[in-house]
Write a new protein. Structure first.
Length: 137
């Protein structure tokens, strides 16, 4: 199922997301580089297995996150909040897209992950305070 065009365009224009994980009541958040795989509605990222978020994702693949534009003006708030499921590994084309966007990742050789978006809420205050667009898989 395809993301709405407004969400796709926004997510393709950014490159860092905040990932929120949890395990046994212990929350964790981190920032990661990503590329959007618009064909299947997922975010592709790379991260070491030794990180806290990777360990939490392995045990609890249900995650949440956010991508947003930096602003100080309330009427310019624009971003997405989402929930989804983590899948280890990525399609070869998605890996290639990530390495094209972030060629330095090839040197690090961390595993690739797929965050399959389940629900997305876009906030776009330029269209009115609190304007929201919702998408569910």
């Amino acid at each position: 199922m395809n993301l709405p065009e407004s969400m796709r365009i926004f997510l393709e224009s950014k490159h860092i997301f905040v990932l929120a994980t949890t395990l046994q009541g212990v929350p964790h958040a981190c920032s990661l580089f990503y590329v959007l795989n618009a064909a299947d509605g997922s975010l592709v990222f790379s991260s070491s297995e030794s990180t806290l978020h990777a360990r939490q994702m392995r045990s609890n693949p249900q995650v949440a996150g956010a991508v947003f534009a930096d602003t100080r003006a309330v009427d310019e708030i624009h971003g997405v909040q989402f929930s989804g499921n983590i899948l280890p590994g990525v399609a070869q084309e998605a890996r290639a897209a990530y390495l094209t966007a972030f060629p330095e990742a090839e040197k690090i050789q961390s595993p690739f992950w797929t965050l399959k978006l389940r629900a997305v809420k876009m906030i776009k205050n330029r269209l009115g305070f609190g304007h929201k667009e919702l998408w569910h898989r």
